[in-house]
Ligand binder design. Structure first.
Ligand SMILES: [Zn+2]
Length: 212
């Protein structure tokens, strides 16, 4: 997802849950995951890219474990950074995999009209375990050219259908399905917050949300 959408998804999901300074800290860590040099190359697991689905799932749980140890060490900024990284990856799942397509075909399978984006279920069991679930492959170096405004319209048609360029729902320019990816990411971000907090004692939860 483009960084402005990571920002708005995170704010929509979490602004009532954290203090303003905790929210800003976790947002900064979220956005840093898209840094070209430190966050993109060689880190498919940060973004559910290249079919790194199991690796990305494990990355989420590693960040969750880091949150707990940071809070036990009385280091809430480290916990906020880990949670920012965690929700970035969780949000990208909907922009980089075909989950939205699988969900839309599931809910319209008997000829129904698609429900509005606000009704998307972000973690439907049979879809997250479906053998048809996959994410966009990055065909370097061509994929880099697909990001450049003046030439991307020439490059994208040359890339395979399972490429990141064809599959991504990173912005509203991708059409109606972006709104489904956006709403799913908001719900998933709240789900990850609830899951994380469920593993904390009341004292550590207060430290995490920065209750003042
Ligand atoms: Zn990303």
């Amino acid at each position: 997802m483009l960084i402005q959408y990571h920002k708005s998804i995170t704010r929509k999901a979490l602004s009532e849950r954290f203090s303003p300074r905790a929210l800003e800290a976790l947002l900064a860590a979220n956005l840093k995951q898209d840094d070209l040099l430190t966050g993109q190359i060689g880190h498919d697991e940060y973004h559910y890219d290249n079919n790194a689905i199991a690796e990305s799932d494990r990355y989420l749980e590693r960040q969750r474990a880091l949150i707990l140890s940071a809070l036990q060490n009385d280091d809430p900024p480290a916990a906020w950074a880990a949670f920012g990284r965690l929700v970035h990856t969780a949000q990208d799942f909907y922009a980089h995999s075909n989950y939205v397509d699988l969900w839309l075909s599931h809910v319209t399978r008997n000829g129904q009209t698609p429900p509005p984006p606000s009704e998307i279920a972000p973690l439907m069991d049979e879809l997250v375990h479906s053998p048809r679930l996959h994410s966009g492959k990055l065909y370097y170096p061509w994929e880099v050219l697909a990001f450049i405004p003046g030439i991307k319209h020439l490059v994208i048609p040359l890339l395979p259908k399972d490429s990141h360029a064809h599959m991504q729902l990173d912005s509203p320019a991708r059409g109606k399905r972006f709104a489904y990816a956006f709403e799913a990411a908001v719900k998933r971000t709240r789900y990850e917050f609830n899951t994380t907090v469920a593993g904390l004692s009341p004292g550590l939860e207060a430290l995490f949300i920065d209750l003042v």
